[in-house]
Design a binder for this molecule. Structure first.
Ligand code: XLS
Ligand code: CA
Ligand code: CA
Length: 447
């Protein structure tokens, strides 16, 4: 799968050509071993299934800085002291990277793309300027926008939240920013629009009215929905759950919480979920758990593909390498019919110690190969249907007789009592957990 390589006024990744597919056995770190964009799997190409995206923030704005020391990567595209020129250089670097990596999508926050100005209108102007250039770049390269979002968590004004801020003046600023970010997303043909509530939560219950904040949050989202629809945005709005960090408690703590919130406020027709694997693990679940919860609710939007570090429990945003987790998640997604507007966005960052230009490519290639392998394994899992059969069998008592009537809402608690009395102690039936867990490994080693 080749795309037009777009190089701006300068080449930022010299000596790196478009990444080829070389297949199993290749030892070229700058080649795909499993991701073959045009290979057909379960009726669609790998590119169509996986819909990979590169995130702007970690890859082009992150430098490796941490609370203990500065960044270790000094990007050539950040060298201009004029922030608008630096934004243009960053755009050139980003599109050169996307097209060399052959990734079909990208994602951004408004402030990744263009710097904040001294006033609302200057910020809007900055963004519009870069959006116009990005539109050209998209046309030239064929790369598309998976989703846009607004960074309403970095600026000091958002220290107590954005849409959930106790001060209406701050809420209004968040509104101005989301309006401009929606304009940008629509202008660039973005397929989804994301809300991640980084500071939508609280640090101290003693000074917080959670009811006011949650009501305000829902009102804000309703206004954003209506504005987006009024300017022609047809895609889903996505909420990205995360339980904590930066806030002690974030309202969108996991998939089930968000689903309940959206249903409570009547937003479930327009909103879906953008899951992030590392956020799911932070909330104490396996990545596949939240995928399943979203599928059950008909609300799986998109996925930020990464992983955490189970040993330290932070949001480490590492590139995905765990085939078992990816295969399991992909089998659920494939079985559900696959992504529609969503995809797999690498919301992942290089380690501070990874300082070579090549590391950017190697990290993404690894993530793409991991999910490509996951897809191949998922195809086998779904096609052979062994897990599906085991589940069917496990719930068979609800398919007929009183079990069926129970499901249909035809029984009362008295009926349950009569049934239990009549049939006596149920026979113990194994859940066969070890068998189903091992089965995934058998599939992994079969591809
Ligand atoms: C941070 C989030 C953020 C969202 C977009 O933890 O992952 O990057 O994806 O605002
Ligand atoms: Ca994310
Ligand atoms: Ca994260």
């Amino acid at each position: 799968m080749s795309q037009n390589i777009t190089i701006g006024r300068k080449e930022y990744f010299p000596g790196i050509a478009q990444i080829p597919f070389e297949g199993k056995g290749s030892d070229n770190p700058l080649a795909f071993k499993a991701y073959d964009a045009t290979r057909v799997v379960a009726g669609k190409t790998m590119q169509e299934h996986l819909r990979f995206a590169v995130c702007y923030w970690h890859t082009f704005c992150g430098t490796g800085a941490d609370p203990f020391g500065p960044g270790t990567r000094i990007h050539a595209w950040d060298s201009d002291s004029n922030p608008m020129q630096a934004a243009k250089d960053r755009l050139d670097a980003a599109f050169e990277f996307f097209s060399k990596l052959t990734v079909p999508y990208y994602c951004f926050h408004d402030r990744d793309l263009a710097p904040e100005g001294d006033s609302v209108s200057e910020s809007e102007k900055n963004l519009q300027h870069i959006v116009a250039l990005a539109k050209e770049k998209q046309k030239e390269s064929g790369v598309k926008l998976l989703w846009g979002t607004a960074n309403t968590f970095s600026h000091t004004r958002y220290m107590n939240g954005a849409a959930t801020n106790p001060d209406f003046n701050v809420v209004a600023h968040a509104g101005a920013q989301v309006k401009a970010a929606l304009d940008a997303t629509v202008e660039l043909g973005g397929e989804n629009y994301v809300f991640w509530g980084g500071r939508e939560g609280y640090a101290c219950l003693q000074n917080t009215s959670t009811k006011t904040e949650l009501d305000n949050f829902a009102r804000f989202l309703t206004m954003a929905r209506d504005y987006g629809r009024s300017i022609g945005f047809k895609g889903p709005y996505l909420i990205e759950p995360k339980p904590m960090e930066p806030m002690y408690h974030q309202y969108d703590s996991d998939a089930q919480t968000v689903i309940g919130f959206l249903r409570h406020y009547g937003l479930d027709k327009d909103f879906k979920i953008n899951l992030e694997a590392n956020h799911t693990t932070l909330s104490g679940h396996d990545p596949a758990h939240d995928v399943q919860m979203c599928i059950d609710a008909g609300m799986l939007g998109s996925i930020d593909a990464n992983r955490g570090n189970p040993q330290n429990g932070w949001d480490t945003d590492q590139f995905p390498t765990n085939i078992y987790d990816c295969a399991l998640a992909m089998s659920l997604i494939l079985d559900d019919g696959g992504f529609t507007s969503g995809g797999l966005n690498f919301d992942a960052k290089l380690r501070r110690e990874s300082t070579n230009m090549q590391d950017f490519f190697i990290a993404h290639i690894g993530g793409m190969d991991t999910y490509a392998r996951g897809l191949l394994i998922a195809e086998k899992i779904v096609k052979e249907g062994k897990l599906a059969m085991i589940k069917d069998q496990r719930y068979r008592s609800f398919n007929s007789g009183e079990g069926k009537e129970f499901r249909e809402g035809k029984l009362s608690l008295n009926n349950l009592r009569e049934h239990a009395h009549k049939h006596g102690e149920p026979v113990l039936e194994s859940g066969r957990q070890e068998y189903v867990e091992n089965l995934i490994n058998d599939y992994i080693f079969s591809i």
